[in-house]
Design a protein. Structure first.
Length: 320
């Protein structure tokens, strides 16, 4: 039996926000008992995390400059919240005053954070993989990229406990990672060259668009400075380089998606890399799923790519 909206907010208050966001914990418990707010929150996009999306919509409007007494409880706006405070009255007032704007946001937006701190785990893996291919140039593909912030892992600085530092120590994005146990991740003296980056997402965000950048910040809980500061600084870093995050439909065939991405990589790096095309291309050939690679679909997806190039590479790399 599916949960009611009230039960969802009660569960999030108990399991998600307790000890992590006191403000959202109290608000969740209040919303769970408020029929009008529950009816509004229930208009969130299907299959989205309702409390996160609902709170993000309110946070977004406050960050965008909507003036209301509710802002005094949001640390991200210079306010504060303490035990004993009652933000529910102001929260309810805000929501009922801005019903239409909230409804519009929760109908089209998604819960899609870019956790820049995850680069602390990505960077050593990418560096180790680069050694395997003898430090040849890398082309990065991120599936589920959101705004593509993690594609720029090589523009950030890193610190692992008190033992290792690496990356760009002058970058405004400095990622700290605690270490447990005696082992330490490999931190290279310099990063391998990255010749290209591309991401795909169900709902790509463009960091150069103020509304998209603000939405990423709105998804972060108001008192969570450890996530907010790296995200805000990464948005400033990534606004300058060029990166494409492309939209894919929810029903996209992942084999076809991988094939398209591989052909884009090959097209970018040139024919010289054909022998080094990743094993995914060979898997497509092994599986007998060449029907996923019709020229007309590839031509529509990537204008300018010569028809048949991907299929030709399949044949050249792993002939039958």
């Amino acid at each position: 039996m599916s949960e009611t909206a009230s039960e969802i907010f009660e569960r999030f208050a108990r399991d998600e926000f307790h000890n992590t966001s006191p403000l959202y914990e109290q608000l969740s418990r209040g919303i769970a008992q408020d029929p009008k707010l529950l009816a509004l929150a229930a208009q969130c996009r299907k299959d989205e995390r309702m409390p996160n999306l609902f709170f993000a919509a309110v946070h977004y409007l406050l960050l965008k400059g909507v003036s209301h007494p509710l802002g005094r409880f949001y640390k991200s706006l210079g306010g504060s919240y303490a035990a004993g405070d009652d933000p529910m009255t102001d929260f309810r007032s805000f929501c009922l005053q801005h019903v239409e704007r909230i409804r519009e946001l929760i109908a089209v937006r998604l819960v899609q954070t870019n956790e820049v701190s995850r680069c602390a785990g990505l960077m050593p893996v990418i560096a180790a993989a680069s050694k395997v291919v003898q430090s040849r140039p890398l082309y990065l593909v991120d599936i589920g990229a959101s705004a593509g912030l993690n594609l720029f892992w090589d523009h950030y600085g890193y610190k692992y406990g008190d033992r290792h530092e690496g990356g760009d120590r002058k970058s405004p994005v400095q990622i700290e990672c605690a270490l447990r146990g005696p082992n330490t991740p490999p931190v290279p003296a310099s990063f391998p060259p990255v010749t290209g980056r591309v991401g795909v997402d169900l709902n790509p965000l463009d960091v150069r668009v103020e509304e998209d950048a603000l939405w990423l910040r709105a998804l972060i809980w108001p008192e969570d400075e450890k996530r907010e500061e790296p995200c805000r600084n990464a948005l400033a870093v990534v606004r300058h380089p060029s990166v494409g995050v492309h939209r894919i439909p929810a029903h996209a065939d992942m084999d076809l998606l991988r094939a398209r991405m591989i052909d884009r990589v090959v097209d970018h790096l040139g024919d010289a890399v054909a022998p080094d095309v990743p094993h995914v291309l060979r898997q497509v050939r092994h599986s007998g799923r060449e029907h996923l690679l019709p020229d007309d679909i590839l031509a529509q997806s990537f204008p300018g790519i010569a028809p048949g190039r991907l299929a030709q590479r399949c044949q050249a790399i792993h002939p039958r």
